[in-house]
Structure formats: structure tokens, C-alpha cells
Design a protein around this ligand. Structure first.
Ligand code: PCA
Length: 209
């Protein structure tokens, strides 16, 4: 089955499109006969990894796609790497603002996600959805959850695929593919690509900076 996660609102926002899109995507996948569920994670450093771990235990997924909002991004971002670092720009929803702390003390410096991000990128572009590969998931709760996800999947034996997707804010009408429905379609496409066990495509999607 496919587990999608999104975040509760944070930073003073009333909503967070990551959980809204994850819920829409899970419902649409279920309607098309694909087993999927969406779970909301707290935007709290002290709680998010445990909430994710509980969701993984509950669902026993084959694919996990964690989703968060990236307010400054202009497209759906397929994250490549999670780093073992927390450096919060703003306080989390519990008022905590940790600086230069490890996600997992003693853990590796970084984990690569295991979603087929290049295949997913090609599929999204084929559907006319604005998407890109991202080389950093930041240093806030999203990166923490991405790192905790890869750490947890490795501890479970590594059979399940997982990764992280940042979504842009909804309502930017100057770019295609950024309404909530388009974000839901993008998440479905990414999840379905991940259910296909064939290896990722080797196409260039790097960055100079
Ligand atoms: N975005 C934040 C945390 C929660 C969310 O939706 C981030 O990018 O770290």
C-alpha cells in the first residue's frame, strides 16, 4: 500500500496544502483501486518522527511519500537527499527552535531518498505539471521527517521505497499545475511511479548551485 503524509499548518498559516493534497491523492488512489492512506504529521520537532513511525507501523506500506509545503518554491520538488541536521529558521508549532542539532545522533550525515525521482519527473512533465528535482529539503521539520523516514525504512529492512516531496503554495495562477487538484494529481503520479519496482531513469536533472 501507499502511505502519504502531509503536515498540519505552521508559521501562522491557516491551512497547509501538503496534507490537503495528500488526502485528495489518497482518496483518488483508493477510488481507482489502489490501496493508499494519508496521515497528518505535527509540525513539531519533538513529535513528527514518532508520528511518522507510528503511521508506518500501522500501515506497513510498500511506498511512503512524505509531503510538505515549501513556500518559496515554484514547482513540485522531488527531494533527492535528507541531511542529519536541524537548524530551524522559525519556531515549530510547539515554540521550539533548535539550532545545529542532529536528527539522529550518531546517524549517517545523509540519506538519499529511494523514490524513482527521475521517472516521476518525466511522468509529471508529460502530464503538464510543473516539477523539478531538488538537491536540498532544507533544515526544518520537512528535512527532519525525510531523514527519519529513511532511517526508519532502513531499520525495517529496506524493502519499502520512500522519499519526500515539497509542494508550492496553491493559488499561483502564473504557473501551471499548482492548484490543489493538480498537486493531488502530482502526488498520485509520484506514488504510482514508486509502486513500479523497475529502477530509476538515468536522465540529467542536476544543478550548478
Ligand atoms: N513545510 C515545512 C515543515 C512543514 C511543512 O509543510 C518544511 O519545509 O520544513
Amino acid at each position: 500500500m501507499i502511505l502519504l503524509t502531509g503536515f498540519e499548518p505552521f508559521g501562522g498559516d491557516a491551512t497547509n496544502p501538503s496534507i490537503d493534497a495528500a488526502r485528495l491523492a489518497a482518496a483518488a488512489l483508493n477510488a481507482s483501486g489502489v490501496d493508499a492512506a494519508a496521515e497528518q504529521l505535527p509540525c513539531v520537532f519533538a513529535q513528527a518522527p514518532a508520528a511518522l513511525g507510528a503511521a508506518i507501523e500501522r500501515h506497513g506500506p510498500d511506498v511512503v511519500v512524505c509531503v510538505g509545503l515549501a513556500a518559496g518554491r515554484g514547482a513540485v520538488s522531488l527531494e533527492r537527499v535528507a541531511i542529519n541536521l536541524i537548524d530551524a529558521r522559525i519556531p515549530d508549532n510547539a515554540g521550539e527552535q533548535p539550532v545545529d542539532r542532529a536528527v539522529e545522533a550518531g546517524g549517517p550525515a545523509a540519506y538519499f531518498g529511494t523514490l524513482p525521482i527521475k521517472r516521476a519527473l518525466a511522468a509529471l512533465e508529460g502530464e503538464g505539471l510543473a516539477a523539478e528535482i531538488s538537491q536540498t529539503a532544507g533544515t526544518y521539520v520537512c528535512n527532519q521527517v525525510f531523514y527519519a523516514l529513511m532511517h526508519a525504512l532502513r531499520a525495517r529492512g529496506g524493502a519499502a521505497r520512500g522519499g519526500f516531496v515539497h509542494v508550492p503554495p496553491v493559488g499561483h495562477t502564473d504557473q501551471p499545475g499548482q492548484g490543489l487538484d493538480a498537486l493531488s494529481r502530482a502526488l498520485q503520479t509520484i506514488a504510482l511511479q514508486a509502486l513500479d519496482p523497475s529502477p530509476d531513469a538515468a536522465v540529467p536533472a542536476g544543478a550548478e548551485h
